[in-house]
Design a protein around this ligand. Sequence first.
Ligand code: TEU
Ligand code: CA
Length: 591
Amino acid sequence: MALDGLRDAHDAWWKSAVVYQIYPRSFADSNGDGIGDLAGITARLDYLKELGVDVLWLSPVYPSPQDDNGYDISDYRDIEPLFGTLADFDRLLASVHERGMRLVMDLVVNHTSDEHPWFRESREGPNSAKRDWYWWRPARKGGDATGEGAGSESAGLVSAGSESAGSESAAPNNWGSFFSGSAWQHDVASGEYYLHLFSPKQPDLNWENPQVRQAVYALMRWWLDRGVDGFRMDVINLISKDPDLPDGALHGDGLYGDGSPYYICGPRVHEYLQEMHREVFAGRPERLLTVGEMPGVTLEHARLFTDPARGEVDMVFQFEHVGLDFGRSKFDVRPLRLTDLKASLGRWQSGLAEVGWNSLYWNNHDQPRIVSRFGDDGPEHRVRSATMLGTVLHLHRGTPYVYQGEELGMTNAPFASIEDVHDIEARGHYAQAVRAGEDPARVLDGLRARGRDNARTPMQWDASEHAGFTTGIPWLPVNPNHTTINAAAAVADPESVYHHYRRLIALRHSEPAVVHGDFTMLLADDERLYAFTRRYRDTTLLVLANFTGEAVPVPADLAAEWADVPLVLGNAGPIDATVLRPWEARVHRRV
Ligand code: TEU
Ligand code: CA
């Protein structure tokens, strides 16, 4: 393993790779049922190959009741019938490999679906052989197990505290779930509760139990043996909980406690990932990629997780830069300060410079569209702000991830009412906030800015009725702006966001300074310009970007130093060395 580590540290293939995330439900529908599927993806591979991406990551395609759009898995060794069959999967994988690309699966093993056979067996009662595979606990002493949630009984389960939770709750502790309400679900038959950090249909697996860990490693080997090229590991830094499950400090709303100190990067998380690495990855060929999704991960932990010598994961998704514009919650919108963004990304650049590796992302299936968030999605500035944002991200040191439609500059969606909102997190938040007396119109504004459905409207392939996504009725309406923002139009227009992303990806493949160059932040205190250099051997790149809708003068010393240095990429035509146009971005290259 030490040898593995040494090799990886230098030229792991994924350092020069770009990953493209597909949300299968919303990518391409092949059979007119309104839901994207595997055959739809297979039919669109040439588009992705043309874009130039190296790796495709599929959000979950396993059988699932779809309570959280597939992040609730009921069978780890099959394909959800809505998406196709294992034969369709094998065809997709072969077609990806034929084109010289790789395919990474989503691995969701912090929790299963409550309809997974493991949980069904676990729920049979305290003597079930799998009882200990999940986190079952008796009611809190002195709590009133029948008090709250009474009347909302469904299928023998009563939500712990959906009505009157807080300190009187009988739930084993006061933790709130990520999707509103208590993190505990009462099971009437046994009188006990089970832990679910996400929805009640996503019970948390108990990783303390070695049988659980072996079962997970076995399913991972099963997919690798089938030929997949790695995993994106869902909330993998939440798998180790403090087994005492202590109460957390009360949230602002006074209803639930914050359990995160007891499950974010918990006591055994590094041990588990090292064990996983030994049991699943060690001795396999080097073509694999592992990325751990890690909400709340600190730079200090990230360095440990991604130190190749430790054998844990290749890189992590951290969340700092996508939380800088949160107010009291993610739905409470606060404007981004550019200096905060630079301080955060800059800290991660230097923190993982010597050891470890960064992932780079603006978007995924949980985040609002970046052009609507940090750019300007109006007709005048959409293309230029989207290409500026892409340039800044892709020129950092790390592996960039492109989320489907980001390469088209797709925007947030205009949801008219809560009726149009599908996502479980958004609906839960709306219900809780309105119950707590907040103005529904304002809550909806928060959802429009931050709701996960923004990322999940169907891929905009062309200007036709449902954007070429489906011949049927899409499960979530297409964004009306698909008449102008779509792949067909973008491919035909050399100045489109698509072609700019294609050039960014090509630059990474041809220019070692983009992959390996060191990173130096410039103008750290400037609220309008983002500037940095990348230096590798005799090459220096300067990246200069205007994060505003106004022209901004280039500081005189920078202008003088770089005026005659050629551009390798820009988004605004011929440059004026002394001023950046609105949302302009440039990459100069000096040798
Ligand atoms: O998300 C984990 C996560 O912490 C958040 O990004 C989450 O989406 C939520 O917005 C918290 O406010 C992962 C998946 O990416 C997400 O789609 C799943 O819903 C979640 O885990 C549970 O599997
Ligand atoms: Ca379909």
